[in-house]
Design a binder for this molecule. Structure first.
Ligand SMILES: Nc1ncnc2c1ncn2[C@@H]1O[C@H](COP(=O)(O)OP(=O)(O)OP(=O)(O)O)[C@@H](O)[C@H]1O
Length: 201
């Protein structure tokens, strides 16, 4: 599979935030997006995820087959918000996403074990600490399969051990032929990643 972005521009509130962004990622490759607050990293990820339209340019996947014909169909999007209901348990939240997203991959219990939350699946999501909430959201990447992971500051709130654990998960995804685009202010430990440094316009 190949993910291609060609000469993309993005705007918010009628103002151009970035222009001329292009890249191509093959299976197993990753792109780290850096830049100051407001440079447009989240805007770019939301455009890739299909949540916002580009103001110009094109994005697409090649080789996604019938299952993953577009970038949005092929992608998991992990935004700043964790997209979990605070009153439901961690397991109920993950179970919802597994069913809603389809392409079942790991069982919820397995995914929670992997992110170190195996003991607290029964707790309401709202009881979790900031880092535990992020880890539960990372488990969402594992319960349904998507070849492309779009990650917006994925390690925000994680302690060092969880950062290392997440780096290993990303590496496994890439070794498995996945593709990652991640916006970050912190090193993510992805060796050989392409980089895109966005600037304030
Ligand atoms: N809904 C909106 N309406 C108008 N302007 C917006 C909206 N959302 C974001 N912006 C503006 O778009 C610009 C880019 O924001 P964006 O969130 O993409 O930046 P970022 O690089 O991800 O920043 P950060 O590092 O703080 O997460 C900012 O100037 C922001 O104020």
């Amino acid at each position: 599979m190949r993910l291609i972005a060609d000469n993309l521009s993005g705007e918010r509130g009628g103002e151009q935030v970035f222009s001329g962004v292009g890249f191509a990622l093959e299976a197993g490759e990753s792109l780290i997006v850096t830049g100051p607050n407001g440079a447009g990293k989240s805007t770019l990820l939301r455009i890739l995820a299909g949540l916002l339209p580009p103001s110009s340019g094109a994005i697409g996947v090649e080789g996604g087959g019938e299952g993953f014909p577009t970038v949005s169909a092929a992608s998991h999007y992990l935004g700043h918000e964790n997209a979990m209901k605070t009153a439901l348990t961690v397991s109920e939240n993950l179970g919802f996403w597994r069913e809603f997203l389809g392409e079942p991959h790991l069982e919820c219990s397995e995914a929670l074990e992997i992110v170190g939350l195996g003991d607290i699946g029964h707790l309401p999501f709202g009881y979790l600490s900031t880092g535990q909430r992020r880890r539960a959201s990372i488990a969402r990447l594992l319960v349904s399969y998507r070849p492309v992971w779009l990650l917006d500051e994925p390690t925000a709130g994680l302690d060092q051990a969880s950062e290392h654990q997440f780096a290993a998960l990303m590496k496994a995804h890439l070794d498995d032929g996945g593709i990652i685009v991640a916006a970050t202010h912190q090193p993510l430990g992805l060796e050989g990643a392409q980089t895109l440094a966005m600037e304030l316009s």
